[in-house]
Design a protein around this ligand. Sequence first.
Ligand code: G3I
Length: 360
Amino acid sequence: MFIKSVFNMLFFTVIFMTCSEKEKTLQEENIINITEPKTPLKNATKTFFVGMAVRANRLEDGSEYDKIIKREYESITAEYEMKMNVILPSKGNYNWSNADKIVDYAIANGLNVHGHALIWHESTPEWLENYSGTDEEFEQEIKEYITNVLQRYKGKVTSWDVINEGVNNSGGTLRNTVFRQRMGDDYMAKCLQFARDADPNAMLFYNDYGMCTNISKQNKVFDLVADWKNRNIPIDGIGYQMHISYLKPIRQQIEIATDRAIASDLLLHYSELDIRTNPNNDITVLTEERAIAQKLKYKEVVQIYNSIPTKNQYALTIWGMKDDDSWLLPHHNNDNEWPLLYDKSFDFKKAHTGFLEGLN
Ligand code: G3I
């Protein structure tokens, strides 16, 4: 009897190992995704841009990134190279090279460019964080920066995240950034006006994360928008970053938040969409079940965006090309994360099919 139970245990262990090895092999050889339809995303919709975050060093002609961007996308956002700490790392020392490369690539390929981001506390260069001049001189530096950037890309960059993440995650208050400290509580309105004065045709956005779940932030942002509108401060759109997971926010939260943007008569940009498959770090490969859950979440998000009035649509931008490019892996110090539409071999995932189905 004992020998029989040992044999059974060994037998089932072998079976289990074989299956999980098989699962791993399937995953590695990407057999799980082999049946996904190959319809380019941009061919499936006519009412808003489908966008992709890009990096200058990945745009060389003929690269996999280049091929997929041209095949699938209509709009691009610089993931980090059009931020202040890259363009103006020290006083008076403008470094346009990578921003120009991205904008020139867009022009050469007939792509829309969404400018990201003029004012963000996480991409403020040291020399401004520790500015030694007066508040008036600080404000002049910011006015000059915004003016120089918008005038350089006038007619090339369609829209800008003028302020990124200016509201605290709790308390419904403004972040106490160096911009607020040096320019006063109304610094966002000043920056929006600087941008409008520099490029009257650029669409100006406020961009933030957690907008579907963080009600104190959501309320504060829409209070700001209402105040700007009342004072004829230029604001054209709002960006919901949409760094979410397959579990949350739930559909109703996304719909309620989206309706608020529509009610404020703004353009709405789902500006940095990625969908975590492993928020609780409970898997070490992308299982079939979790891939399907992610597919359904992409479909849900795209369906919601696709159903808003055309006058409020601008773009739905994915924050990165293939899973292992995502900022989420280093951010959470966990490579067991597959948040995007393409796997590490640039192959379509079920998530891509979910996005497509959301557009239909
Ligand atoms: O490519 C260079 C590399 O050559 C260099 O050796 C290395 C060390 O300095 O830096 C590399 O560039 C890094 C880049 O990501 C690419 O990995 C930058 O330092 C790093 O700052 C940059 O981080 C970006 C981050 O914003 C800060 O700009 C992330 O890619 C980008 O995904 C992230 O995006 C933000 C949005 O702008 C706002 N919403 C949140 C979102 C995630 O944090």
